[in-house]
Design a protein around this ligand. Structure first.
Ligand SMILES: Cc1cc2nc3c(=O)[nH]c(=O)nc-3n(C[C@H](O)[C@H](O)[C@H](O)COP(=O)(O)OP(=O)(O)OC[C@H]3O[C@@H](n4cnc5c(N)ncnc54)[C@H](O)[C@@H]3O)c2cc1C
Length: 524
């Protein structure tokens, strides 16, 4: 094959660059002794820092780490990682004034019986029902007292309840770099890319660097962060803003020490709504990662900082709030109109970014790298076909991210600022989401609402947000209702019993993480 794709160049060494390198290199064994070896080179600027945030992941990360051959024990020890079992939302519905308990959870475990029994209509019919998530999964019982999703005897990556991780982004990129270069044969070049050189047919032929000369390749992966040096600057693929739907465009990030060294570590990301945004709070073993994501059109930086400091004071004390210096990060919510153009594909921030509510950026990197690894075009001739499919799939993912994130805002009854009022304006709601909400007034979301088998957010996630935020679906009793009601009551009872059992059996997060440091998990 004359035009065989055998040399991949990744530009950028943040989480996106290294994760992509690891997934592709693990799939396509790099053997320098082979007659026509497959090569993967990662070029990273020694001067331009990585974005340094991105601490929340999805359960897919377990499969990704396994796929690239990393031990879970090593990962936890080296990335200051902890277990994440979902998200706990506070003050999203009413603002939590007057002592309201305005909170709900979006756990990673789907409702009991999810394959064939829709528990939502049966939960809606219950008088005095527990909260939706508490009624359908035992996982939220573990949120409340910071319990772990597994025990020290549970093998690596296996679980009793589904989980992902919170991690230190800088340490994660460093571990991936080490693994890629020492175990997976990836070549690491530290140099600034100064120029992109085009071939006669319009593809990228090579990149010129300041200290490593010219580097040629067959496929170029743009992981240069918001710069989007290859896809955005060189190919001029337009950026599509989606700020008309999701207003947030600024973050103030702060690392906060624990008030006490052995303080319990949260089992989920905490997301607390503010007057023009929300604050994330992520518990790592050695510190918390917090930040305020907000719309700069609705609140000044000073006010946003004051809200973040007030939060830090509340959760970590006066001293922590006095010492913290938040780091400002501006971003434009949106994505490129195309992600794969000619022989260049953008992954990570270079392809786009929408605010971190639901932490959907790293999972998109995992999916992108996975698709490239699995469907790597063998020749240039067929690359455009793969690119077309890739662009269709990822546009669908971006649209679903926007619709699903917007759901959190649309359902809010908060009226305390123009931000919340404008978030409910019909013009700011994607058409598909408006249609779904109209239908769900008459029936609960269920499998038939899924657009494709690989949808990012399953119907279960829509149920957790809708019913967590008090959405009402009119009761409708179709044939077979009595029989499924019997199944449903059994599932509710079993779930309550399982929740009690797990609460008693599971160690605290910190206790388990200390044991991982000392003994490690059993290898699979
Ligand atoms: C406030 C905030 C919170 C977030 N929270 C989450 C979260 O909880 N979960 C989640 O999944 N995601 C989150 N994200 C997104 C996540 O941080 C990113 O998706 C992830 O870190 C990947 O970034 P990246 O590698 O694309 O870019 P970067 O980290 O910016 O890396 C860019 C790389 O390109 C290199 N580079 C740039 N120019 C050149 C050049 N000329 N030559 C050579 N190299 C170059 C740089 O040196 C760097 O190595 C968050 C983002 C923000 C802004």
């Amino acid at each position: 094959m004359e035009d065989r794709i055998s040399k991949i160049i990744i530009v950028g060494g943040g989480s996106a660059g290294w994760l992509s390198a690891a997934v592709i290199a693990a799939e396509h064994r790099i053997d320098p002794q082979a007659q026509r070896p497959f090569e993967l080179v990662l070029v990273e600027s020694p001067d331009i820092p990585t974005i340094g945030v991105g601490e929340g992941t999805w359960p897919s990360m377990r499969a990704t780490l396994q796929r690239i051959g990393l031990s879970e024990t090593d990962f936890i020890r080296k990335c200051d990682a902890s277990f994440k079992q979902g998200t706990y939302f506070r003050n999203w519905q009413t603002g939590g004034g007057q002592g309201d308990d305005d909170s709900y959870s979006h756990p990673f475990t789907v409702p009991a019986g999810y394959a064939d029994t829709n528990l939502a209509p049966h939960w809606l019919a219950l008088a005095d029902a527990p909260r939706f998530a508490d009624a359908v999964t035992p996982q939220t019982a573990l949120f409340s007292d910071c319990r772990a999703p597994k025990q020290i005897t549970t093998p690596e990556y296996a679980f009793l309840v589904n989980y992902a991780y919170h991690l230190d982004a800088g340490k994660f990129a460093e571990l991936l770099r080490q693994h890629c270069t020492e175990q997976l044969g990836v070549k690491h070049v530290k140099a600034n890319v100064l120029q992109i050189n085009a071939a006669e047919n319009g593809d990228i032929q090579s990149v010129t660097t300041d200290s490593a000369g010219e580097i040629a390749g067959d496929l170029f992966i743009d992981c240069t962060g918001t710069k989007s040096l290859l896809l955005g600057e060189h190919f001029d693929i337009p950026f599509q803003s989606r700020q008309e739907y999701l207003f947030n465009d600024t973050a103030l990030a702060a690392q906060v020490p624990y008030a006490e060294e052995d303080q319990a570590i949260q089992s989920c990301t905490h997301s607390t709504a503010q007057t023009a945004g929300w604050i994330w709070d992520i518990g790592l073993p050695t510190r918390r990662g917090t930040g305020h994501v907000y719309s700069s059109a609705h609140i000044s930086e000073d006010e946003a900082t004051a809200q973040l400091l007030a939060y830090i004071k509340e959760v970590a004390g006066d001293k922590a709030a006095a010492n913290v210096v938040p780091r400002k990060i501006r971003f434009q919510p949106g994505h490129r109109q195309e992600f794969w153009h000619r022989n260049c594909v953008a992954i990570g921030m270079s392809s786009g970014f929408i605010e971190p509510l639901e932490a959907s950026a790293l999972v998109m990197v995992e999916l992108a790298a996975g698709m490239i690894a699995e469907q790597l075009p063998p020749t240039r001739e067929v690359m455009d076909i793969v690119a077309k499919r890739y662009n269709q799939k990822f546009l669908r993912h971006w649209n679903q991210i926007i619709e699903f994130l917007k759901l959190h805002y649309v359902l809010s009854a908060r009226d305390d600022s123009p931000y919340w009022q404008e978030n409910r304006a019909a013009t700011s709601i994607p058409e598909k989401l408006s249609e779904q909400l109209a239908l769900w007034r008459y029936r609960s979301p269920w499998h038939q609402d899924a657009g494709a088998v690989d949808d990012l957010f399953p119907t279960a996630s829509y149920q957790y947000i809708l019913y967590g935020m008090g959405f009402k679906t009119m009761p409708r009793q179709t044939s077979g209702y009595e029989q499924s009601q019997r199944q449903a009551s059994e599932l509710f009872q079993k779930n309550a019993a399982r929740a009690t059992q797990l609460q008693q059996a599971m160690p605290g997060n910190r206790e388990l993480l200390n044991k991982v440091q000392k003994f490690g998990f059993q290898k699979l």
